[in-house]
Structures are given as C-alpha cells and as structure tokens.
Design a protein around this ligand. Sequence first.
Ligand code: ATP
Ligand code: MG
Length: 306
Amino acid sequence: MSNEGHDSRETSTKVVGVRRLKEAMAKPASTRIFTVANQKGGVGKTTTTVNIAAALSMGGLRVLVIDLDPQGNASTALGVPHRDNAGIYEVLMGSAEIQTVIAKVAGFPVLDCIPSNTSLANAEINLVSMVARELQLKEALETISMNYDYIFIDCPPSLGLLTVNAFAAAKELLIPIQTEYYALEGLSQLLETYSVVKKRLNPTINLSTILLTMFDGRTRLANDVAANVRQHFPNELIDIPIPRAVRVSEAPSYNQTVMTYDPLSPGAIAYMQVAREIAERGKAKEEVIFDSNVVSINYKKDGEIA
Ligand SMILES: Nc1ncnc2c1ncn2[C@@H]1O[C@H](COP(=O)(O)OP(=O)(O)OP(=O)(O)O)[C@@H](O)[C@H]1O
Ligand SMILES: [Mg+2]
C-alpha cells in the first residue's frame, strides 16, 4: 500500500468523521512491530491490541492490526468483515498476497486490519508440513511493514505455530497481564517460548512492554499482583493500569473500540494514556547536532597569567 492510497482515503473519510487527537503522538524512528501474547485466555490481549491501535491511529500514526486468532475477535471489534473473506490464513498458506487482504477500519485516519477467518483454525495443522513454517508471517510482513508506524499482532491463547509466527515476525513483545489470582501462572512458559524464539528464530525480539489489565485498585489482590510484576519487570511495566470498566467490554458488540464507543470513559482514557506512553517510549531520538557556537570556552583575558 502506498502513501498515496492513504492520502486519498483521508480526504474521503473526513466526510464521515475521522477521529483525530489535537495533540499528535510521537512517530517512531522505524516501524514498531508488536506481538501481543499471553497463552492464558481472556486476559485482555485483543482488547489491548485494538484499543492501543485505535488510539495511536487517532494520534496521527499509521497503524495495522493483524488478527492472528481464529476466534476473529480483533476483526469483530474493528468492524472488519472476516468470516467469508480471505485473510491472514491465506497469506500464511501462500495462496493470497498480503496486500490483497488488508481492510480499512472506518472512522480512523490510518487504521488497517488483516482479518482472520474460520480457516485459520486449520493453520496450526497445515503449517506443520511447510518449509520455513515459522517464518511465513515475517516474510509476508516484510513487503508492507514500511507503510506503517505501528503493527500489532493479536495472538490466540496458545503457544502454537501461529504464536511462534508472530514472535518471529515481531520486534517487540507486549504481554497483557490480568491482575487476578493465577495472573503470573503460565508466565514462565510464555517467557520460555520467548527466549527459545529469541535464540533460534528472532534474536532482536525484545520484551518491551507489560500492561496490567482489568485492574481493580480497591482489591488487595490486584495491588499485590501489580507490585509483584513491577518488582520483576520495572522497566517493561507501564505504570498506568487499565481499569476493569464496563464500557470496554461493551464496545466489541457494537463492532467498535472503546476509543470511539465511549472516548471519555475511564477505560478509553486509560488506553489513550497507555498508547501515548508507548509512543513516547519508542519515539525517534532527536539527533544531537554539535553546535560550535554554544560551547563555552574560557579564554584568558589579556595579561592574565595562564
Ligand atoms: N478493562 C476491561 N474491563 C472490562 N472488561 C474487559 C476489559 N478488558 C477486557 N475485558 C473483557 O474481558 C474479556 C476478555 O478480553 P479479551 O478478549 O481482550 O482477552 P483475550 O486475552 O484476547 O482473550 P482470548 O485469550 O480468548 O483471545 C472480553 O469479554 C473483554 O470484553
Ligand atoms: Mg483475543
């Protein structure tokens, strides 16, 4: 997809109202590709993926979501038709070019989605016999990643070949952790997969971001989990937890993210702050230019003794 395509879309979607923030978010130096993974089910992977993606797009960044879960929840939340259309499954199988399965998400400046479909459930089996099966997604992404500032891959709740493809294709790992009992259970298995992939498939992948989801600050348990995660991952943890909030869970049934469904609700505000924090952490470093005029040198005055 060319930038030209994005421009023409912007002018046409402005008519129906594009959500855009007054204060733009910082652009990264190069495309940041995140895998959002946790093999524990229902911890907020999809909710985190779609809402952070939507928020970054509202902040003026070019964003792509890849729905790598046969459940298709990310596609649903973004209002992208998926069940009968070709999607990421066909790309992984080599029967569709990735450019042809990109769908535009309505109402955002540049937010695209590669949907999943029910065939994706067969991917784990059908990938097994393929050459370079762990690298299918990475290779496909290489042809389009330069068109985006951020790419998020929403993983299924397992550590199978789909998730391994996501790990191999990503530069960063984002782990959502639900602040409940057993929250950290299974995390060691996830970290083990991460380190195996890092060693064998993708040495540059970096566990950069951990986010606490469905946080209820009134409970001791949630605070204990938060403290525990902060102790183990002081740099990775984003210190803005996502509160448990009913509007967040309602939004998908309207094929929306909470960023458009109820942008001033506590969940939307929290996801917006998290997105801005992620953008800040990853912003392009300003080049330090050596300016000889500002270097102060104490020259000796006439007659002074050196
Ligand atoms: N902050 C929140 N407040 C309230 N409900 C939430 C919140 N975040 C997620 N939920 C709800 O919790 C459920 C699980 O969330 P989600 O689908 O994002 O998790 P998941 O990790 O992607 O699940 P799966 O493992 O099945 O893919 C959903 O019904 C979602 O609407
Ligand atoms: Mg999900």
